[in-house]
Design a protein. Sequence first.
Length: 41
Amino acid sequence: MPYEEFFDQVRNAPLLILDDLGTQTATPWAKEKLEQLLNYR
């Protein structure tokens, strides 16, 4: 499955549980994707 398709499924999931946020150092790319996800939802 291409990344964009997966990301679209995550954005549109009826219930999204994000566990362990902030427990590890995220890369700039990961921070950007999380911000995009939260802003979309």
